[in-house]
Write a protein that binds this ligand. Sequence first.
Ligand code: DC
Length: 211
Amino acid sequence: MIVAIDGPAASGKGTLAKRVAQHYGLPHLDTGLLYRAVGAARLGAGGDLDDVAAAVAVARTLDLAAFDEEALKAGPVGEGASRVAAIPEVRSALLKLQQDFARQPGGAVLDGRDIGTVIAPDAEVKIFVTATPEARAERRLRELLERGESVTLIEVLADIRRRDERDAGRGAAPLKRAPDAALLDNTHLDKEMSWLEALAIVERRRAEIGL
Ligand code: DC
């Protein structure tokens, strides 16, 4: 079973994807980390995020096993990731890795922006997770403060809005709900309720297709 979970920044899709993967004993790939790793490497190398050839070279040689998830999840890396993710050649360079992961025997859970639309349009289960920008900004703020970063709600909300606009407005594989994806709006749900809703969606779909 391939489970595709898409949604905007800080919608909680990563947490849900991890939990779905754990529940069904499936491997999980947070595809945002791939773009974060490319963005972080370019920022670390002096920072021209628009240098297509350099970004593609990084994307082609990514080593998943060497990822430092903690560092990649830091606030400023998200903006760099969103910038390199708008480069079609970077997306092409990362396509096969993601498709191979999705198609491994037994299936997998992938979360990102274009899993249900581009990476695995044939996924058995598709969920589009969302919440208002304000609700997402509050959650992301809490997360960043817990990590010791010093940011304000206004800054986090502005970053989320900017990323939403770029991720949904780009020409290459923009963030959008696949027509056959179930919508999970968790603006008014806590983590547990959101998980129960996701589980109900997966179970409903499994029953529908006889899995
Ligand atoms: O999910 P995230 O915040 O870790 O993703 C970081 C950036 O990477 C996000 O702003 C857009 C981009 N991204 C993408 O374009 N496609 C994906 N499948 C996953 C992430």
